[in-house]
Design a protein. Structure first.
Length: 300
């Protein structure tokens, strides 16, 4: 199922939160909405789910507006989790499955099947409040996918997730992609998303600073990244031949080097000019690319 946002905008309490944003999430692909807190990710997801309405633009599911039938095919894991602590696990699962239009019998069957699949069958008669935080997280994941949605929407799914639960989320995302379902992943963990997403939307102040496949964005930013930490004034390094972009933060300089420039020549010049405490050569990560794109936008 294709999800398409067409020039959506949203202002909340007089502040523009999302600005004329368009994107498309396709079947069998993982779309990453990436950026730090406050960049509009959760607001975008809430508009996709029709929890709030965009001031402008439209969001369509296979060219249709979200209605009860389509909503029943969507699974949503919010950043702020919430379960009913005084009810049995099995009852909570059946309740949420019924909200997704499963019959009572089907809801019971799927609840037991998924409890077994997630190694939670022994806890089905316990109340949610009796479970450890880790097990409660697994129950939250389970009720998100209990109805086998065609569209899976995850808002900061790795927050508070450690060890096996984090791996569970990763495997779930990869399985849904293999099964040709649609996944929208909103996260500030860019390097983690880099290995999971097919397409990414890098957000800053509710706008897209970069959008495309991971491969396309990497090709655009294919230069080497040299990290320099030293005791001297590092600003002079920006004048080294081949340095296309220079960023300095907390006495750590980031030098983006033209791919046609031999990086060894740049390193030789750095060593001559400053006393180094750390020197690294890397390909830019998504976080580095995001930082450069945001700085470039600020200069435009």
């Amino acid at each position: 199922m294709k999800v398409a946002a067409q020039k959506i905008s949203k202002t909340i309490k007089g502040r523009p939160v999302v600005r004329t944003l368009s994107f498309e999430a396709a079947s069998g692909k993982v779309l990453g909405l990436l950026g730090p807190d406050g960049t509009g990710k959760t607001t975008i997801l809430r508009m996709v789910l029709d929890l709030i309405r965009p001031d402008e633009g439209a969001i369509l599911f296979d060219d249709q507006k979200l209605g009860p039938t389509i909503r029943a095919r969507v699974g949503y894991l919010p950043e702020q989790r919430g379960l009913y602590p005084h009810y049995r696990v099995i009852d909570v699962l059946i309740y949420f499955a019924r909200l997704k239009r499963l019959s009572r019998k089907k809801a019971q069957v799927e609840a037991v099947r998924h409890l077994d699949r997630f190694d939670l069958i022994e806890y089905m008669d316990q109340t949610v409040g009796e479970l450890s935080p880790e097990l409660q997280q697994k129950v939250q994941i389970l009720l998100t996918v209990l109805h086998e949605p065609r569209v899976l929407i995850l808002d900061e799914p790795f927050t508070g997730m450690e060890g096996m639960n984090a791996e569970l989320i990763k495997k779930l995302i990869l399985r849904y992609r293999e099964e040709q379902r649609t996944v929208i992943l909103a996260t500030r963990h860019m390097n983690l998303a880099e290995s999971l997403c097919d397409r990414i939307l890098l957000l800053h102040q509710g706008q897209a600073v970069l959008q495309g496949s991971v491969e396309q964005i990497r090709k655009k930013y294919r230069e080497n990244l040299v990290l320099v930490e030293g005791e001297d004034n590092l600003t002079g390094l920006k004048k080294i031949a081949g340095v296309k972009k220079f960023l300095l933060e907390n006495q750590v300089a980031r030098l983006y080097v033209d791919p046609n420039q031999p990086v060894q020549k740049v390193l030789d010049q750095i060593i001559k000019q400053v006393r180094i405490t750390r020197l690294e050569v890397n390909r830019p990560s998504l976080e580095d690319i995001y930082r450069e794109a945001v700085n470039h936008q600020g200069e435009a």
